[in-house]
Design a protein around this ligand. Structure first.
Ligand code: MRU
Length: 311
């Protein structure tokens, strides 16, 4: 059983350190500088977990008595692509006129809503995949980590997998290793192993090709931001899976909370793609490290949230 990814314990934010996985290590964050550093270094990562980190970060700033609006701005801009981070910050900041206790209550509500949303997404997504693929055990492909460790618990895309698994309906999960930081190999694989779900890690270049070989029934991934027109930003390497799924005629399903859908971003071209440090690529020379890609809405079979199926 994995601990909660992120929580508020005795006036501090406690995180599962995702840079240490597969080892399970928790860290306590005491101040805003440490939180911003943890967000940038991916100690906490995954759009829903970032939303909770943003909200709890504002609560931490209020608790410490620092300049809360300035702290909120620094936290909200620590990473640019996952919209949940700024959404979480805004939710907690809105309670500031009512004092630190109200800010904390708002942040804890963001945390609790994420748990409820993930369970609803899992159930809705499992029902959708049953409609799309039939009742037999499914072979599913996923990318990056959209599991419990990307949220507070349970997960979005892996929440769908878990709902199917509890009904005995998962034959295999093909998990892309997810270069360069290996969220698939280090995090998704750890979660699936802990849950006893059959899985194989494949190198990113193999993900589309196993789909082309007819070895996958559906793709299910998370999202960092969904634009108003349905374009989906997610970890770099997601788009090739969508292309392969369209070519193979299998569903490409995105599972995310409503907080990931950004009505203020008209389309994928308006989404800021985070460029990370070139040393993460370890190429030994000049590198370019875009961390996300955009899948156009016409390649997405459906977006499943806690309240709707958008197709
Ligand atoms: O750079 P990361 O690890 O934060 O990227 C995370 C992803 O791309 C996830 O797929 C996305 O945030 C959805 S998590 C439920």
């Amino acid at each position: 059983m994995l601990p909660r990814t992120i929580d508020w314990v005795d006036g501090r934010i406690v995180l599962v350190d995702q840079t240490a996985l597969p080892a399970i290590r928790t860290v306590a964050v005491d101040d805003v500088d440490a939180l911003v550093d943890a967000i940038r270094k991916l100690v906490v990562r995954g759009a829903p977990a970032l939303g909770v980190a943003g909200a709890l970060g504002v609560a931490l700033a209020a608790h410490r008595g620092v300049d809360v609006p300035a702290a909120a701005e620094r936290i909200a801009t620590a990473r640019p692509t996952a919209v949940n981070l700024a959404v979480g910050v805004r939710r907690a900041l809105a309670a500031l006129p009512d004092g630190p206790a109200a800010v904390l209550a708002a942040a804890l509500a963001v945390r609790d809503e994420d748990v409820a949303a993930c369970h609803a997404i899992g159930a809705r997504g499992a029902a959708l995949l049953t409609d799309l693929c039939g009742p037999g055990p499914l072979r599913l492909s996923t990318h990056c980590n959209a599991g419990a460790l990307a949220c507070v618990e349970w997960g979005t895309a892996l929440g769908v997998v878990r709902s199917l698994h509890s009904a005995g309906r998962v034959a295999l999960v093909v998990a892309d290793e997810t270069r360069p930081l290996l969220q698939g190999a280090r995090i998704t694989a750890v979660e699936l192993a802990a849950l006893g779900i059959a899985h194989r890690v494949v190198v990113d270049g193999a993900g589309p090709s196993v789909i082309a070989r007819g070895l996958v029934d559906a793709v299910v991934v998370g999202a960092d931001r969904v634009a108003a027109n349905g374009d989906v930003a997610n970890k770099i390497g997601t788009y090739p899976l969508a292309l392969a799924a369209a070519r193979a005629g299998i569903p490409f399903v995105v599972a995310c909370p409503e907080s990931t859908v950004d009505p203020d971003t008209p389309d994928g071209a308006a989404i800021t793609i985070e460029d990370r440090a070139e040393d993460e690529v370890l190429a030994g020379g000049p590198a370019w490290n875009p961390a996300f890609d955009v899948t156009p809405a016409d390649l997405v079979t459906a977006i499943v949230t806690e309240t709707r199926v958008w197709s």
